[in-house]
Design a protein around this ligand. Structure first.
Ligand SMILES: [Zn+2]
Length: 195
């Protein structure tokens, strides 16, 4: 039983509850922004599953958390490769970390229209129709094949990241009117040196 009388005045500890094992320093990549051609070309399939790839996946998680995203695809950090990471808990649950190498959608079901954004298109959001349930097959960073089913936000993240690996951005799912509006605004920001 916790002793409330002694703990009530104590300031809340800032440390996390679970002690962290020492981990090697991670590279935080800058996120490639819309306008860079790498975002609109398909990534190359992952063929070599080695320590370098595992390191890239870890760096991708670190870069994604630093940017406060729930998904990140390799082209977004300058690697034209078919690998993405997803964590819809934003780092709160280590078990929610998913590495997707060479992912493919094998089944999709239902429809959900929800607002979506992208780390490569900061400040802009739009409603995108996505399946409610998605089953994908992929490989992890060691090359082991697996299947995973996602619902709602997770299904959306899978679709969004697989799109990235195919050189597709969420803008392409918007109406032409909305897409052109966002593109014009980005063009203006670029002219002002703010993109
Ligand atoms: Zn994105």
């Amino acid at each position: 039983m916790p002793d409330k009388s002694t703990s009530s005045d104590a300031p809340a500890p800032a440390a996390t509850e679970t002690p962290q094992a020492p981990t090697p320093a991670r590279k935080i990549y800058p996120i490639v922004k819309y306008g860079d051609a790498i975002l609109e070309k398909p990534g190359a399939p992952i063929k070599k599953f080695d320590a370098q790839l595992e390191q890239l996946a870890e760096d991708m998680f670190a870069s994604m958390y630093a940017a406060q995203g729930v998904g990140l695809a390799a082209p977004q950090i300058g690697w034209s490769l078919r690998i993405a990471v997803v964590d819809v808990t934003g780092g709160k649950n280590p078990e929610a970390r998913i590495v997707l190498a060479n992912p493919e959608i094998v089944h999709a079901e239902g429809e959900v229209r929800e607002e979506e954004g992208c780390l490569s298109i900061p400040g802009f959001r739009g409603y995108v129709l996505r399946p409610q349930f998605v089953t994908i097959k992929a490989q992890n960073a060691k090359g082991e094949a697996f299947e995973i089913r996602g619902e709602n936000l997770l299904a959306r993240a899978f679709c969004h990241e697989i799109d990235h690996l195919n050189g597709v951005l969420f803008l392409q799912h918007l109406s032409m009117l909305k897409r052109d509006l966002i593109k014009r605004k980005i063009k203006k920001l670029r002219k002002q040196g703010e993109w």
